[in-house]
Design a binder for this molecule. Structure first.
Ligand code: NMX
Ligand code: MLT
Length: 439
């Protein structure tokens, strides 16, 4: 299999580099940690290692070194489409190389072979109460797939450490193949009561399959959005909650199903992936309150009302970025090229003018710019996917692409159990008292 071959070729060099760092340079100081960082959610502490992606505060995500516009331009496209094949993105994340169209299609073909969902997963989903949040359903479905993990099976049989990554890759391909099918089933079952299992069509790519299984009316347009959406949400270096949770759990040698269900649980929080649903809710509220796209002054007041009521403006701010998120820009460009007159798109655009100014005036948020969640739901809404509780599921399908690539490389490079050290408040106060003592 193509990804297996490529990773095998690259492994000796990466292992050598890792060995040098671990053995010969272990005592070189990289950074210092301040009290502010310890009490402030570990922000900016450089302590994670990944080559899959990097968030540059001034330029946004670099996927294997490529900006979003470069990624969208250079990856091979689905036939008759302006958007890249998701299989090509997976090849890029896994290998660090830009694939040819054939290589991207080989990954897509792997997904075709693995997209079948075990019957018990459907049964499990159907036993849940009707009002269960779709992120609970997705997390449960993913967790239940651990039953078939190649990694866990081989581990029990005594698999050697240097081949851990091979069964990690097997599981990752299986998981990423099944996710769009599971997500589409959850959508059709939960909101339309459909019990029929979605069928993956080998003649279609990942994005087109998803659009077909979701049964939206404009399948072609939604396939384009799905390709873009999954690519944009795939990875955002390793410190974000979903990636970090997946990595942490994986470091205990839990299989990717356990690890990713932890990542999904983190994604389900309103400060992380759930912000896309909150963000659309905020826009819809504004539209309802003002009977359409409001005047700028009204929107300004609405944004201040949100802040004054102790809430955040969803879709704005970021832990690392200090410019408008290029993923936001890519989605906005997509919308403006296809449906510029859509009322919610115009409203989201006006919020982009007003919200940063309000956040700057308030002076708290370090990044007053929009992140990916500020507009992602608006595009789903346009294509008729209006059940916005479901949006984080879509984020999850995309995020699996990045975190599984990281999981495979973490096993390939024998990244160890993650185990940072904690302190007590008294210990921290003692450190402060000592630092403040006159010399
Ligand atoms: N609206 C109001 N206040 C904000 C916002 C915002 N959009 N962003 C940051 N702040 C506040 C933040 O709550 C904090 O206040 P306090 O000191 O009272 O605790 C202060 O500004 C400093 O926060 P930062 O250091 O700028 O941001 P931090 O790194 O802690 O948090 C987010 C980053 C993304 C959690 C934060 O900006 C936020 O809550 N944004 C809204 C929710 C959102 O859009 N989340 C999605 C993130 C992207 N994703 O896809 O996961
Ligand atoms: C993400 O895509 O994970 C979010 O932008 C959050 C982050 O990077 O912290």
């Amino acid at each position: 299999m193509i990804l297996h071959e490529k990773i095998s070729e690259q492994l000796p060099e990466w292992r050598e580099r890792m060995k040098l760092l671990a053995k010969d340079h272990a005592d070189v100081v990289v950074d210092e940690v301040t009290v502010g960082q310890i009490v402030g959610g570990m922000r900016d502490i450089k302590s994670l290692l990944t080559d899959v992606s990097f968030v540059d505060p001034a330029h946004g995500i670099l996927l294997r070194g490529m900006t979003i516009p470069e990624t969208l331009k250079k990856l091979p496209k689905a036939r008759g489409s302006k958007m890249p094949l998701v299989g090509g993105l997976y090849y890029l994340l896994m290998t660090g190389e830009t694939p040819t169209r054939e290589q991207a299609l080989e990954v897509e073909a792997e997904w075709d072979k693995r997209a079948e969902i075990p019957e018990y997963v459907y049964k499990l989903l159907k036993t849940m109460p009707k009002d269960t949040h779709p992120m609970i359903l997705l997390t449960q479905a993913v967790m239940s797939l651990a039953r078939n993990s190649a990694f866990t099976k081989k581990y029990k049989e005594g698999m050697k450490k240097d081949v851990y990554w091979e069964s990690a890759l097997e599981d990752s391909l299986d998981l990423t193949a099944k996710l769009p099918v599971i997500a589409a089933f959850i959508y059709r079952y939960k909101y339309f009561g459909e019990k029929k299992k979605p069928k993956y069509n080998p003649k279609l790519d990942y994005g087109a399959n998803f659009a077909r299984m979701m049964k939206v009316s404009d399948k072609k347009g939604y396939a384009e959005l799905s390709r873009l959406y999954f690519i944009l949400h795939s990875d955002h270096e390793s410190g974000n909650v979903s990636a970090h949770a997946t990595h942490l759990v994986g470091s205990s040698l839990s299989d990717i199903y356990f690890a990713f269900s932890a990542g999904l649980s983190g994604l389900a929080g309103p400060l992380h992936g759930l912000a896309n649903q909150e963000s659309l809710g905020w826009l819809l509220d504004a539209r309802k309150r003002f009977g359409g796209v409001p005047w700028r002054d009204d929107l300004y007041k609405y944004a201040w009302d949100t802040l004054n009521s102790g809430k955040v403006i969803p879709g704005y701010g970021h832990g690392v970025l200090r410019v408008p998120d290029p993923r936001f820009t890519a989605l906005m460009e997509f919308a403006k090229a296809r449906f510029p007159d859509d009322e919610l798109v115009r409203l989201a655009d006006l919020v982009f003018e007003v919200a940063p100014a309000v956040l700057k005036e308030q002076g708290k948020a370090k990044d007053p710019a929009p992140n990916v969640d500020a507009v992602s739901g608006t595009l789903q809404y346009y294509y008729g996917v209006r059940e916005f509780e479901f949006y984080t599921v879509l984020f999850g399908v995309g995020r699996a692409l990045g975190v599984t690539a990281n999981y495979v490389w973490a096993r390939a490079l024998s990244q160890p159990l993650e185990r940072p050290k904690s302190m007590t408040t008294k210990m921290l106060e003692d450190v402060v008292a000592k630092a403040k003592q006159p010399a």
